[in-house]
Ligand binder design. Structure first.
Ligand code: FES
Length: 133
């Protein structure tokens, strides 16, 4: 069953039992931002929620490759492997390597407290100044 883009952007209700996850977001220049999340949130939606200017031109449909992130190897074991669709899109990104994933294809889980990833420069909207809320 397909989920509409509008439905995917609906805020996830927070339950008192939800575990708060600390997610570490880095830019290629080393800038670091720690943000809170709960399980079940796509990394792309997390980035948008906190104001990171990610291009994500297809809105999370896995067709544009402009939500390119890199994930340190120590975190690979908490993630499901990429689907064939994600792998095909990553193959189209010249700068992608074995640590690359698409932020629209990864959902947070309770095992991701302390998770780290780096937003790739080719996936950020060029801006002279921005603040991640
Ligand atoms: S937003 Fe287009 S591939 Fe992720």
């Amino acid at each position: 069953m397909q989920t509409s883009a509008a439905a995917r952007m609906e805020p996830t209700p927070v339950d008192d039992d939800d575990k708060i996850l600390n997610i570490n977001i880095y830019l290629a220049d080393g800038s670091h931002f720690r943000r809170e999340a709960i399980a079940g949130l796509r990394l792309l939606d997390l980035l948008r929620m906190y104001g990171f200017p990610v291009k994500a031109e297809c809105g999370g449909a896995c067709v544009c490759g402009t939500c390119h992130i890199r994930i340190p190897e120590r975190w690979h074991n908490v993630l499901p492997p990429p689907t064939d669709e994600e792998l095909a899109k990553l193959d189209d990104i010249p700068t992608a390597d074995e640590s690359s994933r698409l932020a629209c294809q990864i959902e947070t889980t309770d095992e991701m407290d302390g998770f780290e990833f780096v937003i790739q420069p080719d996936s950020l909207v060029p801006q002279t100044y921005w603040v991640a809320g």
